[in-house]
Design a protein around this ligand. Sequence first.
Ligand code: COA
Length: 230
Amino acid sequence: MSHEEDADLPKHLRRKKLGAKPLIHETAVVRHSTFGKFCKVGARTTIIESEVGDYSYAVNDAEIVYTTIGKFVSIGPLVGLNPANHPYERASQSHFTYKSWQYFEDVDDEAELFDDRRSARVTIGHDAWVGRAAIVLPGRTVGIGSIVAAGAVVTKDVAPYTIVGGNPAREIRPRFAPDIATRLLELKWWEWSHRDLKRALGDFRSLSVEAFLGKYEAEAEANRIIDPLL
Ligand SMILES: CC(C)(COP(=O)(O)OP(=O)(O)OC[C@H]1O[C@@H](n2cnc3c(N)ncnc32)[C@H](O)[C@@H]1OP(=O)(O)O)[C@@H](O)C(=O)NCCC(=O)NCCS
């Protein structure tokens, strides 16, 4: 759809250009979090104490807590990243035992419990895609370039360029053959400048991954020869 075709949409649904500042929907709740450039946060999404890398977005109704999100990450609707565990080993796992301030006079919340939760960060690698209503449990890592299928519950780390699905999430198949994945990890296109991304846009769209790697590996090699400092 072209930008002009948005004109018939209600104003709040029209697309806006992304830029240095994140585009955060007015109904989203964002606390103590940082964003790179070209980031977008959709309606009713909550992001708490997280880092969101350049070009990454979360659409509507996601809940993201204590999570490090790489660049170019796509977070689908209703996704849960790092839903917290209650202290179930205790006599009671109820909120009153640790969110105590709301229930009693002269008692604070239990700082240590929140510190433990903070230390169990979720990490989502560059160019990963987390599908609709998927959940990544505390402390897990989703590798670079991976896909978490819609509705999956990730209970174990996901290796780079792997597609996982189901509950508990199991490998569906690799996204790419191992040698292609290795070459993409070495190419690190996610570190390219905005200008270089624009220059390569047509190739991202039209070249096979093999042809894309062939072209840009050769370019990187030529640059290495030209610039002896690299
Ligand atoms: C993971 C996904 C990308 C795979 O797509 P695909 O390669 O076309 O997969 P297929 O439909 O060919 O299915 C391949 C296998 O994976 C299984 N599978 C696919 N999606 C699955 C899911 N969400 N959960 C569990 N298993 C799934 C299929 O049952 C099939 O299994 P089989 O080989 O035993 O028959 C896709 O199914 C998916 O979940 N996309 C997410 C869409 C989404 O949430 N978008 C939100 C917008 S951000």
